[in-house]
Design a binder for this molecule. Structure first.
Ligand SMILES: C[S@@+](CC[C@H](N)C(=O)[O-])C[C@H]1O[C@@H](n2cnc3c(N)ncnc32)[C@H](O)[C@@H]1O
Length: 252
């Protein structure tokens, strides 16, 4: 057994009742919405799925993974799939003075986020179509632990197109906690334990090459960093995930 922590936990991971499973993104929206409704009293990192580490560890995880974004006070950042705001809260702690914006496709998550992070602005939206946001509106953008809930690779490409579009030249687009297609077998074994006795729902695993090809086609600089670093040894799923940083050229 690789994990000393129960990543699988009836209270946190599995939806009560029947949730339709035929379209993964709809299934996941139901799961996250229910989580926000039932766990509203918990801290944001628990609501957002990180019940297996402490809030302080979650904040430290984010502090480390956002370092390559080169954020500066006074700049703006959009996070898509913001959940109840754990990521944005941790960003605010690590880099005070940013203007923070969150988008999510779950109304109950947004309600929790507004209550927990009154200093940020939250709006309803889907990472696959951000047409309510104008081009180059934010200095930086991010999606942390979100792409795995899309239906297929083409939707991941649409999400990247949207994040790149709304980010200003000179900014960074951060795709964090991305589920590594190269580790799918290990991840599926873990997921079977987490979801037992339910069937494992669909997750989207992405190859690092997908991001490299995307960056080359869009003339973006790219950095990919595994989350299996020794400094994050206490982060159980780190060996299954990586972070991607796309950099748009120009001055912000
Ligand atoms: C694992 S939680 C991560 C929350 C947040 N990024 C954090 O780390 O605190 C995933 C979130 O992504 C949202 N989400 C999933 N697919 C989405 C989509 N297509 N558009 C917008 N939000 C989405 C879910 O509603 C959920 O709140």
């Amino acid at each position: 057994m690789k994990f000393s922590h129960p990543l699988g936990n009836e209270k946190y991971n599995t939806p009560a009742g029947e949730v339709p499973t035929d379209i993964p993104s709809l299934f996941w929206r139901a799961v996250w919405s229910q989580k926000a409704r039932e766990l509203g009293g918990e801290c944001p990192s628990v609501i957002d799925g990180y019940h297996f580490i402490s809030e302080a560890q979650y904040n430290e995880l984010i502090r480390r993974v956002i370092a390559p974004m080169n954020l500066k006070a006074g700049q703006s950042m959009l996070e898509c799939g913001c959940g109840s705001g754990a990521f944005l809260k941790a960003v605010d702690l690590a880099c005070p003075g940013l203007k923070l914006f969150g988008v999510d496709y779950s109304e109950s998550m947004l309600e929790a986020a507004r209550a927990k992070m009154p200093g940020a602005a939250f709006l309803f939206g889907d990472i696959r179509n951000l047409s309510q946001l104008e081009d180059e509106s934010f200095h930086h953008s991010a999606a942390f632990a979100v792409l795995c809930y899309l239906n297929h690779m083409e939707e991941a490409r649409q999400a990247l197109d949207e994040l790149v579009r709304v980010t200003k030249p000179g900014g960074c687009i951060f795709l964090g906690d991305t589920s590594d297609a190269g580790k799918k077998a290990e991840a599926m074994q873990l997921l079977r334990e987490i979801w037992h006795p339910r069937a494992v729902p669909d997750y989207l695993f992405l190859e690092k090459g997908f991001f490299r090809r995307y960056a080359a086609a869009r003339k973006l600089a790219v950095r990919i960093i595994g989350m299996d670093q020794p400094e994050l040894a206490w982060y159980p799923p780190g060996f299954l995930r990586y972070s991607v940083y796309l950099y748009k050229s120009g001055c912000s």
